[in-house]
Design a protein around this ligand. Structure first.
Ligand SMILES: [Zn+2]
Ligand SMILES: [Zn+2]
Length: 660
């Protein structure tokens, strides 16, 4: 998109601005300041991104904003044009000689040389409300307004509404990418320019340059969040505001009232209580909180460096550093019943009039959570968002969404719960922390859930720098099965020989005999089919006539959902798969065998998650887990150590049945 640059003179100072609808700005300033205001409007129109960049420079330097004493408006126009040219030279903008200016006085404006913009107050308010808590590209704003049945009038009237809302500080208009300038000391302090996506936080390596029809230049866009629309350097990004603090009405109820309705086990209830104390700000140790602030900078990077000059009038006081965001980690073993533990948090927040977001990496989890949350919170509006969901533009008190949907929000929620912080697409991806901080109100709280927190977060928690609670026991109060190591040759060797070592095959046979289902994990997709063939060949001749169904699935398998269902139904007894099924799938009576467990593709977290598929049911809590490998790697040792550590903790805290 292109915008117009102008300078408005108010008293002794110039303020440089850009606009998507010049008439609105002219009218706004003269209505507010009458003859005290003077405007100089420039041509040609420039790219939005470029405009934002120029403003940073122009408004950040007093030599561009101060008015010479005794200078009349016409002279001021000359000075301003000269300043504009100077800055344009610095940014190597073409055709500087063709730059034009127009000086507008209150007098000329009042005598109706300029048409007045007439907007409908009701429509204005509706538009601002609809955008509240959102962060949307202009194409999405159009869809939103259409989706909620709002009419901005004909033609380009939307520009006037949005621009006025921006001037009034009700909406923030900015461009899609932010420019970061750094001096590179290794290269004699040469200036280095890089771009960063304001929606997903991706940096230069995800930017792609192409000729752009919107600004008529080569213009970068973000590839990382392309599936959610193209965020360009020149794209218009509209961010709404929401009430900074939830209404938080009602009397302060005894905290236990939020725990009791949910039938939690003792360890679950204890974790929820700790979390509730944190949410309510009952935290005690200020020193820790300060430490937390420092460490979260290390862990989560910086979040939002906005061009203050653009937002100065609007939302500067709302700009929040990630460091200020309050975070609480629930570190619970696989099968601990995380979902139930978050009910009290949701309950507490919605009861006080706040808004909750539950973000999870996978769509199937969203769909699974929806009926549970709806049943639990009757009378509250629940909205589910994922790629292609029908409730795309609805606002609810409780929102359940896939990670990508977070990009469409801005300071919207009082409580943000992030499930499986270590899972794809978060894993090693800064997008999550960026988005999670962005969607949370400054007064809000992030609750992080994980069975296998990333190392940095784990360390922070262990050192007492990140407030957290550990849930070391499963809901059925049996210990998590500890993996056994089996020493076998590399899988490829077994496949070439078309036989499995008896130490390994014996375990599979025992599992089949005891009526368990078996997850067989392999490190990569290419191994799935050969392994299925080999298992079929080895098992069925020895199974005494009854056919044992062996199947395989991977991320490339279009029939995956159906096969997982057949596995759940016990039609499939052995399922060969990759880490794609490392989490989410629960099969009551199951054992787990991880082949080539020494593969570099299996990190500690993946091993813990895969092992976590076993023993989840209270009727078969002691499922078997085997790490079959030629070598014992650090990851295997760490995974076993982590599981044992949690089991010991559960034992010490007296959570295990029969004290075992
Ligand atoms: Zn992006
Ligand atoms: Zn462009």
């Amino acid at each position: 998109m292109k915008v117009q640059l102008y300078a408005v003179c108010l008293g002794q100072k110039w303020e440089w601005r850009i606009t998507i609808h010049t008439q609105t700005d002219i009218q706004y300033w003269f209505e507010q300041y009458a003859a005290d205001a003077g405007l100089v409007v420039f041509e040609p129109f420039i790219s939005f991104g470029q405009g934002v960049r120029l403003l940073q420079k122009l408004n950040g330097d007093t030599s561009f904003t101060s008015r010479k004493s005794g200078e009349g408006i016409e002279e001021m126009g000359e000075t301003a044009l000269e300043r504009f040219r100077r800055i344009a030279r610095e940014y190597v903008m073409p055709n500087q000689e063709a730059f034009k200016k127009e000086v507008i006085h209150h007098g000329t404006w009042r005598h109706s040389l300029y048409p007045r913009v007439v907007l409908d107050t009701g429509a204005y308010k509706d538009i601002v409300d609809a955008c509240s808590g959102r962060s949307l590209l202009i194409e999405e704003v159009h869809q939103l307004l259409e989706g909620v049945g709002l009419d901005c009038g004909i033609g380009e009237a939307w520009r006037a509404y949005l621009q006025l809302a921006h001037l009034n500080g009700d909406l923030e208009l900015s461009n899609g990418l932010e420019v970061i300038e750094r001096r590179e000391w290794r290269q004699a302090f040469k200036k280095k320019t890089s771009y960063r996506c304001k929606r997903c936080g991706s940096s230069d390596d995800r930017m792609f340059w192409s000729a752009c029809v919107h600004c008529g230049q080569e213009c970068p866009y973000c590839e990382e969040c392309l599936t959610m629309g193209r965020a360009r350097f020149c794209s218009l990004l509209v961010s709404g505001r929401s009430a900074l603090v939830a209404p938080f009405g009602g009397e302060e109820v005894d905290i236990r009232a939020y725990i009791e309705p949910w039938g939690l086990s003792e360890p679950q209830a204890r974790a929820s209580l700790e979390g509730l104390h944190y949410i309510r700000g009952d935290a005690r140790d200020h020193r820790k909180v300060n430490w937390l602030r420092d460490i979260s900078l290390v862990l989560f990077g910086s979040v939002e460096r906005v061009g203050l000059s653009v937002r100065r009038r609007t939302a500067a006081n709302e700009v929040v550093k990630p460091s200020a965001l309050r975070k609480f980690l629930i570190w619970a073993v696989t099968g601990a019943g995380k979902t139930e533990m978050i009910f009290p948090f949701v309950h507490h927040t919605v009861a006080k009039g706040g808004r909750v977001l539950i973000a999870t990496p996978r769509k199937d989890v969203v769909l699974e959570l929806q009926p549970r949350i709806e049943r639990a919170f009757v009378g509250y509006s629940v909205v589910t968002l994922y790629g292609g969901s029908e409730q795309r533009w609805e606002q609810g008190q409780i929102t359940i969404a896939t990670t990508h949907q977070l990009m469409r929000f801005h300071r919207a929620f009082d409580l943000v719960i992030i499930d499986e912080i270590d899972a794809f697409p978060y894993h090693n991806n800064p997008m999550l922390s960026y988005a999670a901080a962005k969607v949370c109100k400054t007064s809000g709280v992030n609750i992080l859930l994980s069975a296998t927190p990333p190392k940095a977060i784990r360390k922070a928690a262990e050192r007492g720098l990140l407030p957290h609670v550990r849930v070391p026991v499963r809901f059925h109060k049996h210990p998590v099965p500890v993996p056994h190591l089996i020493s076998v040759p590399y899988l490829r060797k077994s496949l070439r020989a078309q036989t499995l070592p008896s130490s390994l095959f014996g375990k599979i046979a025992i599992s089949i005999e005891r009526g368990a289902q078996v997850f067989v994990f392999v490190p990569n997709i290419q191994l799935v089919d050969p392994m299925v063939e080999l298992l079929r060949k080895m098992i069925n001749p020895r199974s005494g006539g009854s056919m044992i169904c062996v199947e395989g699935t991977s991320s490339k398998d279009s029939a995956r959902t159906e096969k997982v269902q057949r596995f759940r139904n016990r039609e499939i007894r052995l399922l060969v798969t990759t880490t794609i099924l490392e989490r989410g799938v629960t099969v009551p009576k199951s054992d787990v065998i991880i082949l080539d467990a020494d593969s570099r593709l299996f990190d500690e977290a993946a091993l813990v998650q895969m092992a976590g598929r076993a023993g989840r049911s209270k009727d078969d809590p002691a499922g078997k887990v085997y790490f079959a490998a030629k070598e014992i790697t650090y990851s295997q040792k760490e995974a076993i150590r982590q599981i044992q550590q949690m089991n010991r903790m559960a034992y010490k805290q007296g959570y295990l049945l029969r004290g075992k």
